[in-house]
Design a protein around this ligand. Structure first.
Ligand SMILES: Cc1cc2nc3c(=O)[nH]c(=O)nc-3n(C[C@H](O)[C@H](O)[C@H](O)COP(=O)(O)OP(=O)(O)OC[C@H]3O[C@@H](n4cnc5c(N)ncnc54)[C@H](O)[C@@H]3O)c2cc1C
Length: 298
């Protein structure tokens, strides 16, 4: 590992100043990606800026008006265990639950997962299906953008020099919304997704037709990918098994997989079809259960 300077700023402004003054710096959160990359010399930052001491970044809170707030220091394990996250954002909680091991999940942050910007990032589909926004701070103030547009390629994000992520915000899901996430890995544990699929479904009152749907495919494109043609087939329709099967086929067509050590492009595409069908059905089922659950929510 290369030598580096270490900073632990205690305010957003101080963090932005240090990051701007050291263009070769990287933000450090749990270190489960970054320290491994540094040991392998895939990254050699001259400065690490640990953002976990900034007041407020440990915030994990569900509010019936503002939704779910996830600070930059919040770990996978915290989200996995949070009852309100499991109830209202099941796709995200499940994405957090499948990451690495207990040890990894106790360090790994949700924010670090999207900032590392791996196409296989397990938290990303669950965030995107819920329309999550990333809160960014920097030398020129603050800005917010959709997580969907934040990752621009493997290891790349829209962050400019001096900027970092202070947290993520998810709105309260509309009534009768359910979500789900699943991934396929060649090994049973401690492996990254060969394919991951997240879905969220919102049902219309009374008719229970599909009012809105989002489908996000992981590990089959340079960034997590919305399967928009499949979504269009489902939106406004009553969800039948046959229609879901056709949408799953459309999602498989939209995927842009590569062949690598984890599997061939052909196999990945087939997994997209299978898992999309399952996740739309699971999200549909969760949405049907949500009208009663809302009253019991934390
Ligand atoms: C054994 C093992 C198993 C794993 N299994 C999985 C898995 O199953 N699924 C999966 O998705 N991932 C997995 N990972 C990868 C990793 O755990 C996750 O991506 C994790 O969420 C990264 O979060 P972190 O807090 O550790 O980030 P760090 O390693 O601290 O940072 C990751 C990157 O994000 C940047 N960054 C972090 N926080 C911020 C911020 N606030 N603002 C700007 N930039 C920031 C860093 O500069 C760095 O480039 C695994 C890793 C290991 C070592």
């Amino acid at each position: 590992m290369n030598r580096f300077e270490y900073f632990a700023p205690v305010s957003v402004r101080e963090a932005a100043e240090v990051l701007q003054a050291h263009p070769g710096a990287r933000v450090l959160a749990g270190g489960t990606d970054l320290l491994v990359q540094m040991k392998e010399r895939a990254r050699t930052p001259d400065t690490l800026v640990d953002v976990r001491r900034i007041p407020g970044v440990d915030e994990l809170r569900f509010d019936r008006k503002t939704g779910l707030t996830i600070g930059a220091a919040v770990t996978m394990r915290q989200v996995e265990l949070m009852p309100a996250a499991r109830l209202h954002y099941a796709g995200l909680a499940e994405g957090a639950r499948v990451v690495g091991s207990f040890q990894i999940r106790n360090l790994a942050t949700i924010v670090g997962n999207i900032c590392n910007a791996a196409p296989s990032a397990d938290a990303a589909p669950g965030l995107i299906v819920h329309g999550a926004k990333v809160k960014i701070a920097g030398p020129n103030g603050r800005r917010t953008m959709l997580v969907e547009n934040f990752m621009t390629g493997p290891g790349r994000t829209t962050l400019a020099t001096g900027e970092f992520v202070v947290g993520i915000q998810l709105a309260v899901p509309p009534p009768r919304t359910g979500s789900a996430y699943v991934r396929h890995t060649p090994r049973g544990a401690m492996d990254i997704a060969m394919v991951g699929v997240g879905a969220a479904v919102t049902l219309a009152p009374r008719t229970h037709a599909c009012l809105d749907v989002r489908i996000v495919l992981g590990a089959v494109a340079p960034t997590p990918l919305r399967a928009k043609a499949a979504e269009r087939m489902l939106r406004g329709q009553r969800l039948t098994g046959e229609l879901i099967d056709r949408a799953a086929e459309a999602a498989a067509e939209e995927a842009r997989p590569i062949s690598d050590v984890r599997g061939s492009a052909e196999f990945r595409r087939e997994m997209v079809r299978v898992l999309t069908g399952r996740m739309v059905s699971a999200a549909f089922g969760n949405a049907q259960g949500q009208s009663g659950n809302k009253r019991r929510a934390a």
